[in-house]
Design a protein around this ligand. Sequence first.
Ligand code: ADP
Length: 519
Amino acid sequence: MAISPFRRRILFLVALGVALPAVMLSGLAVYLTSRIARSIENDTARYNTYLAQQVAESFELELMDHLRRAVASAEQVAREGGAPGAIVRALAADGGEFAGPHFVPTADLSGYSLLIVEGQPLLYALGDGRHRNQYFCGLLLRSPDGNVTGAGGWWVDPVRFVGGHLEVVVRERLPGNPRAYGGIELIKRTSIEIFDGRGARIGRVREPGDARAASTEAMAGPFEKLTVRVSVTSDSPIVWTMRFLKLELAFALVMGLAIVVATLFGYVYTVRQIELATLKAGFVSNVTHELKTPIALIRLAIDTLEMKRFRSPEEEGKFLAIIGRETQRLTQLVDNILDFARLEAGRGVFRYDAVDLAPLVRDAVESLKPRLDHLGFQVAMDVPESLPAVQADATTLTHCVLNLLDNAIKYSKVHKELRIAADVRGREVAVSVADRGIGIAPGDRKRIFEKFVRLENGLVHEVRGAGLGLSLVDQIMRAHHGRIEVSSTPGEGSTFTLVLPMMAAVPAGTAEPQSRTGT
Ligand code: ADP
C-alpha cells in the first residue's frame, strides 16, 4: 500500500522548501567566493605585468648606467677633436666588462636602432659573424663644435649581461624604483625569471609559487629577444588568500550538497516510514480478518456437528474437512507470524540437518491435497525419488514450500494447474512451484518480497493474506545461503523457485547471504 500522491506531493514540497533556499544560499556563496578569487587573480596578474615592465626597464637603465660610465673618457676625447683611433683606444681603456670597443661614424649610423633611456638615446644593432647573438650598444659622441660625430660603444651579449646583473637589478635597483608600487615587502614575495629567445631560463630570483597569476613581458632594445616572467612566490599572501578562498568554495559546495542529500534522504525516509506505518496498519487488519474467518468457519462446523444438523455421512465428512482445512490455514498463519516475529527479533535460530528436499516437497503437497482437490486443482509433480542433501531446518523449509503452494492456490482463479518440480542445478538443488494464475507485473517482482506488501491486483480483496509469506521465505532462504527466484508473465502465471546449495557446497562459516533474483 503506497502513500497517496497528494501526501507525497506535500512532503516533496516541504523538502523542496528546505533544500531550495539552502542550495540558493550555498550557490550565492560559491558565486561570490569565485568572483572574489577571480578579482584577486586579475589584480595580481595586472600588478605582475606592471612589475615585469619595471624589471625590463631596470635592465635598460643598468646597461645605460654602465655604458655612460665607460664612455666618459671617449666622450672627452671626441669633444677635444680626437681621431677615431684615439676614441677607440679610450673606449678600450674604460670598457670594463664590455668587449670589442667600436666607433661608428655618423654616416654609417643609418642601420642602427635607437632606444631612449631616461631621455638619452642608446644606439644598438644586432651583430653577425663572430658577433652573432651580440648587440653593438653605443652612445652618441660629439665633436668640439657640438655636432654628433658618431657613436662609441661595445659588443654586448644581452644574455650574459642580464645573467650577471640580475641580482643587482632585482635586489637593489628595483626596490629603489619609486614606480615599483607595493614596496620591498611585495617585491620580496615575487618571483622574477628571465628567459632567452628559445624559452631557456637565464636566471631567476625566488621560485615561482602560483603560476596562475604569472605575467610574461617582452624586453626591448638590445634585450629584445628576452622575456621577463613575474609570478608570486608560494609564501605570498595572495597564494594564502587563494588557498582560503578555495577552501571556502569547497566548503560552500559541500554544505550545499550535504543539505540536498540530507533533505533527499529525509524525504525518502519519511515516505518509507509512512508507507511502513500504513502497511503495518493494513497488516493488523489483515491478520485479524485472517484469524476471524477460519475461527468462524470452524465454530460453525462444530455447531453443526454438535447439533447433528447434517443429512448424510458425506455431509458430516464435509464439515470435518472444513475444520481440517481451516485449522491448517490457521496453523500456517500462526507459523508465519511466529517465524516472522523470531526473525524480526534477530532470533532466527534454525536447527540445521541434512535434508532431502524430495520427500519434504512431496509431504507438503500431500498435506494440501484435500484443499487442492476441493478447489479442483490439477497438480503435476516432477520430483525425483531423492535429491542430494541440503543443510537446512526441515520445518522452516516446509513452511517455505507451503507458503509458495498457498500463494499458487490463492492467486489462480481460472486455470487451476500447478506444477511442482525439483532438480539439481550444478552444485545447487532447486524446488519450483509454477501456477497458471494472475501473474505478477515486472515492476512488482521486487516489492512482493517486502514485509506486509500485498499487491493491489484484482484478487487482493478477495484473497486472504497478511503480506508476510514471501518476505519470510526470502529471509529464510538467505539464512540458508540460498535464494528465491521468481519468473512470471502477467495473466499467464508465475514460477517461484527455491534454490539451496548442496550440503558440501555450504560454506563452513556464516557466509554473506545471497540475494534473490527476479525475471
Ligand atoms: P500474501 O499473504 O498477500 O499472499 P505474500 O508475501 O505471500 O503475501 O505475497 C505478497 C504478494 O505477492 C501477494 O499479495 C500477491 O499480490 C503476490 N503474489 C504472491 N504469490 C503470487 C502468485 N503465485 N501469483 C501472483 N501473485 C502472487
